[in-house]
Design a protein around this ligand. Sequence first.
Ligand code: ATP
Ligand code: MG
Length: 429
Amino acid sequence: MSKSLQAIRGMNDILPEQTPLWRYFESTVARLLDNYGYKQIRMPIVEFTELFKRSIGEVTDIVEKEMYTFEDRNGDSLTLRPEGTAACVRAVLEHGITGGGQVQKLWYIGPMFRHERPQKGRYRQFHQIGLEVFNLDGPDIDAELIIMTWRLWGELGIRDAVKLELNSLGTSESRGRYREALVEYLSAHHDKLDEDSQRRLKTNPLRVLDTKNADTQAVLVDAPKMADYLDDESRAHFEGLKARLDAVGIPYVLNPKLVRGLDYYSKTVFEWVTDKLGAQGTVCAGGRYDGLVEQMGGKPTTGVGFAMGIERLVLMLETLEQIPEEISRQVDVYLCAFGEEAELAALALVERVRDQLPNLRLQVNAGAGSFKSQFKKADKSGALYALILGDDEMAQQVVGFKPLRGQGEQQSIAWDALAAHLATCVVQG
Ligand code: ATP
Ligand code: MG
């Protein structure tokens, strides 16, 4: 017996009943990004594996164990992108659009791929909206990114359910000094660390800070603190950021253990976290990566960005029941026609209406059917009004106009007046 065909574990279909909420979310973010002056960029989903190794870092979770890597027919090693920053940097370098200090404020949206253990809020194909800014090095732009997301949470009605965690990793110099001090301290307590942390101590010691292991956490209580190692430049940057968040009234929590998974961050790092989604609590995360472009072969170019997980944010909207009423209705008007002659007349009529009301969501009954069955479909469509075209209406060159949600009696509307009449009763999106 053949096995039934199935999607790959952790890769989800987004079904028609879910897409309205996705589109609402995506269009809300896109409008906000437009309003703040960000431009969309679209990169390929597949890149050379080397790109991610060089940018994300060889000893990160992503590169060590989460990438979908394969050889193509030419024998090239390719990888389904696990995140967007690497490809975005590759693209701006390849096209020279950050050269000579040109500022770029870019955003992108699309699927990312990581071979993780699938669970609620964690998938193998998931979707991000990400944003990267190049050649602006002050705390003002870091603040703008955070202020913009704060506005987004407000518009989506989830502001009370998220919390901003903030840290500074300092310049690469101050981070280097801190790393040395941390390694020295942790090495002295090597035996008390969990196995994973012992390994990270050698490869990516800062990552030990965000261990979930209780014994290691106990050791960390007396570990050197990153804040004590920030140089003047890092400190001024961080203070500048905090002052701006204070000015707008955005609350934050300083989290000295926030280091982020990727190698390339410097100075500002932040996460928006929630306790409404169980273990998968980070909905948006980002930070500054002033050294990355150079590390990838470009001229020194500062960068700062973030990415938000669409699945987690959509889950939040569902969990908190912040689903605007209007997105659940997909149809404004449903037209029922009876008999071949009426069907033909109806087609010409609705096309004229569409010419005049391009935003009207007008669904024409397909598959004919009795009065009762068409009416049932009209009702089920969620439409506010039904239009009826039968023998009587044909004879008088009118259309029956029937409110379906209990707002009054059926009326007859002359064909020529139909668009004008619909314009008065349907609020156009
Ligand atoms: P996590 O700690 O949850 O694994 P991360 O640090 O690996 O997150 P980033 O690489 O910073 O995540 O990605 C930014 C955002 O993308 C995350 O905050 C999250 O909202 C989302 N995200 C990351 N991985 C997944 C995944 N496997 N499934 C769904 N969303 C994800
Ligand atoms: Mg992860």
